[in-house]
Design a protein around this ligand. Structure first.
Ligand code: AMP
Length: 197
C-alpha cells in the first residue's frame, strides 16, 4: 500500500539532548509510530541521541522510512545514526537545513532547545518571505513552548510581525492533531483552528 496523500514526508525539529523530561521522548516515539503507520517518511537531523534519536528509532522500529541529514562536524557530537534508511552527510549547517526543507512536505516542532528554535524561526521566516508554502506545526504538550507563543504574540502587538505571519505556525497538543492539521492544510479541505492552544 502506498501513501497517496500529499503528506509523504515530514521534517521534525527537536532537541538533541536526553536531559529534558522523559515525557518528551515518549511524545517523540508516539509521533514516530504514527508517522510510520501513515507511511510518512521522517526527515530529521540525523542524530542518535535526545528527542531526535527517540523519534527516529520509533519510526524505524515501526517499519517506516527515515532520512537523516547531518553535517560532518556533528557526526561525533550528535552521534550520527548509521541505522537510518538514508544518512546524508553534508558539509555545513546551511546545507543541512536547506536539504531537510527540500526533502519535506511539512514541518513539526517537538520540544527542544536553542537549535530547535533556530530551525523553527528559519523555516517560519522562509515561509514569511514566500520561499516555500509548507505548513508548520508546533507540538506543545506541557507548556514547553508557551513562552515562544507569547513571544510571537508580543512581536505582533509591538508591530514587528504581521498577524498573518504569526499564524503561519500552529500550536497543537499532540501528534494526532499535528498530523490532521498538516493534512488539512495540504489538501485545503478544512480550516482548522489549531492556533491558540
Ligand atoms: P537543540 O534544540 O539545541 O538540542 O538542537 C536541535 C538540533 O538543532 C540539533 O541537531 C542541532 O544541530 C540543530 N541546530 C540547527 N541550527 C543550529 C544552530 N544555529 N545552533 C545550534 N544547533 C542548531
Amino acid at each position: 500500500m502506498t501513501n497517496s496523500s500529499p503528506l509523504k514526508s515530514i521534517c521534525v525539529y527537536c532537541g538533541s539532548s536526553d536531559n529534558g523530561p522523559a515525557a518528551h521522548r515518549d511524545l517523540a516515539r508516539d509521533l514516530g509510530r504514527k508517522m510510520a503507520a501513515n507511511q510518512i517518511q521522517l526527515v530529521y537531523g540525523g542524530g542518535r541521541v535526545g528527542v531526535m534519536g527517540a523519534v527516529a528509532n520509533a519510526v524505524l522500529e515501526a517499519g517506516g522510512v527515515v532520512t537523516g541529514v547531518i553535517p560532518d562536524f556533528l557526526l561525533q557530537r550528535e552521534h550520527g545514526h548509521h541505522d537510518v534508511t538514508n544518512l546524508e552527510v553534508v558539509p555545513s549547517m546551511h546545507v543541512r537545513k536547506a536539504r531537510m526543507a527540500e526533502l519535506s512536505d511539512a514541518f513539526i516542532v517537538l520540544p527542544g532547545g536553542l537549535g530547535t528554535l533556530e530551525e523553527l524561526f528559519e523555516i517560519m521566516t522562509w515561509r514569511q518571505l514566500g520561499l516555500h508554502d509548507k505548513p508548520i506545526m508546533v507540538i506543545n504538550p506541557d507548556g514547553h513552548w508557551d513562552r515562544l507563543r507569547e513571544l510571537i504574540d508580543d512581536l505582533v502587538a509591538a508591530g514587528y510581525a504581521r498577524p498573518e505571519n504569526a499564524r503561519l505556525v500552529h500550536f497543537v497538543a499532540d501528534p494526532d492533531s499535528a498530523l490532521a492539521g498538516l493534512k488539512a492544510q495540504l489538501t485545503g479541505t478544512t480550516h482548522i483552528e489549531t492556533g491558540r492552544l
